[in-house]
Design a protein around this ligand. Structure first.
Ligand SMILES: [Zn+2]
Length: 244
């Protein structure tokens, strides 16, 4: 709580400084966040690891049916996603990531880089070290982080309603134990199963606009008690009982 207060205070100082001084972004913000701090304003045409970090956080603000590439290259899709992020949080929407956009991201993330409403533990009820899946542990964990930022975007779009994740990353052993498909995206760490409210059909519909390429819900075999979403690039949607 104390650290959060410091972060918010620093964020406010950044905004005030930017407003009063007409400064877009300054190095004075360098200590603003414990997870990751951006050091320059980012706009279309730029590239780098800081663009990658930005893409991870805005990838959930996708167009309908779009899966935004996290490739470190700030192209039109990234600009559009930044614009939607800005609109979602009431910021001036110009598609350029500067002080105000970064301040909002800092306020949305925990020190371990997860978005405030989701945790690594929530996305991994299988084992403690992300091992035993179809990819290395670090990749599985990184994929889960990307999934969480998409869920954070969807949660916000649904009116800041809590979302319940019942299954995320699975090792082969965990996947077999729950009867998962042999090629399940859960083995890669980039899938999440959701239950509860909002309804499974609402979740299946909304997930289409938050960067999920794989979406399976009510009416799809073995998906009447949860809605599955994952980050595959090739679209595969099925929730026949929802009419979608
Ligand atoms: Zn699933």
């Amino acid at each position: 709580m104390f650290r959060r207060t410091i972060r918010l205070t620093l964020s406010l100082v950044m905004v005030v400084a930017a407003t009063l001084g007409g400064v877009m972004f300054t190095a004075g913000s360098a200590q603003a966040d414990e997870c990751y701090t951006w050091g320059r304003t980012l706009s279309e045409g730029m590239s780098g690891s800081d663009v990658t970090q930005l893409q991870i956080r805005v990838a959930g603000h996708a167009a309908y049916g779009e899966v935004i590439a996290v490739d470190g290259a700030f192209g039109p899709a990234t600009k559009a996603a930044v614009t939607r992020f800005q609109q979602a949080y009431g910021l001036p929407a110009d598609g350029i990531a500067g002080a105000q956009t970064f301040s909002r991201i800092y306020a949305l993330q925990d020190p371990d880089c997860t978005p405030v409403h989701f945790t690594y533990a929530e996305l991994n009820k299988c084992n403690s070290d992300w091992s035993g899946g179809a990819v290395g542990a670090a990749t599985a964990k990184a994929n889960a982080l990307r999934t969480m930022w998409k869920l954070e975007a969807m949660r916000h779009a649904l009116g800041d309603v809590p979302l319940t994740v019942t299954s995320g990353f699975r090792s082969y052993a965990c996947n077999s134990a729950v009867g998962g498909a042999s090629n399940s995206r859960h083995l890669y760490g980039d899938a999440a199963d959701l239950t509860g409210s909002p309804s499974l059909c609402t979740l299946a519909q909304r997930a289409r606009s938050h960067g999920f390429g794989g979406i399976f819900g009510p009416g799809y075999p073995d998906h009447n008690d949860h809605t599955h979403m994952d980050g595959r690039a090739d679209r595969s949607w099925s929730a026949p009982n929802c009419g979608v």
